[in-house]
Write a protein that binds this ligand. Sequence first.
Ligand SMILES: NC(=O)c1ccc[n+]([C@@H]2O[C@H](COP(=O)([O-])OP(=O)(O)OC[C@H]3O[C@@H](n4cnc5c(N)ncnc54)[C@H](O)[C@@H]3O)[C@@H](O)[C@H]2O)c1
Length: 316
Amino acid sequence: MKMLVTGAAGFIGSNLCRELLKQENLVIGIDSFEDYYPKYIKEKNISDIINHPRFKLIEKNITDPDLNLYKLLLEIDVIFHLAGQGGVRASWGKEFEVYLRNNIHATQILLELSKRANIKKFIYASSSSVYGDTKDFPLNELKSFTRPVSPYGVSKLAAENLCYLYYKNFNLPTISMRYFTVYGEGQRPDMAFHKFIKNTLEDLPIEIYGNGTQVRDFTYIKDIVEASILMINAPSGKIYNIGGGNKCTLEHAIDIIEQLINKKIIRNYSNFEKGDVFETQADLTLIKSELGFNPKYTIEEGLNNEIKYIKDLYSL
Ligand SMILES: NC(=O)c1ccc[n+]([C@@H]2O[C@H](COP(=O)([O-])OP(=O)(O)OC[C@H]3O[C@@H](n4cnc5c(N)ncnc54)[C@H](O)[C@@H]3O)[C@@H](O)[C@H]2O)c1
């Protein structure tokens, strides 16, 4: 099949492209190489696929009128729409403009053009951040409240709602996936595990927002990729949680990193950041029962692979 992956040079997008190519698909990637983190990291993400005969990368922003997106979409079977501005903490204040453009407007442009093309599935990467801060666990796609507590979460929920309304009004076969804290090879440098591992390897202290008791459903990148590809055959108009079943406290994850690197981690604590939720835990009933997805990787395996990746990235 012919796939379009937006955000193809990013953390999740590059891993997804690699697997789609392995499965014999033609893959067109779009990425604007936003400067949220260094370009060389994104170039490295795709260095092993950039010259693949079935891969083509277009370096443009989806909102760029020069892109000629409609013509491109006429050849596409499935869209994986992963392009977006991540980061809860960076989404306050003036920076929200970037979230409006890259998370909401870019999605609306892609949906609007897709409705006139012959797209078989439009798969959108939403986030657990749409749920907000709650004590009602596990978080369920239909029963749990969506009340984000960060501007980032608001932008992801808005785009998710846009996907649904193009399904409802125009029969565009959209699906939204709610990813829960993704980690592993290629993880963004602003994300906690990446910073913790890098600092520890460099004998620097780490900074923990809050007291480390916050809980996350950490999801390993290979599980995320597998579940994302399953969405091609999922019923349209639906939303699926994708979690790793690795619910643990931040402090516990740091203990594991400490053991795997075999170095004492110097832990500094600061205030909880505004926009961060205290806990996430995905209800995986829907994706397990309807699509047969079961996360395979333990947090130890996943972190071990991320440590190898970070050693290689920074030559540590
Ligand atoms: N990493 C996670 O834990 C996580 C969790 C939930 C949801 N998500 C979502 O998954 C997607 C991928 O996240 P990631 O961690 O790989 O982030 P990333 O920043 O590594 O990748 C996103 C890529 O999209 C590109 N991009 C952004 N806006 C664009 C636009 N308008 N046009 C073209 N390219 C654009 C960026 O340059 C970047 O390379 C995002 O939509 C994010 O919101 C990620």
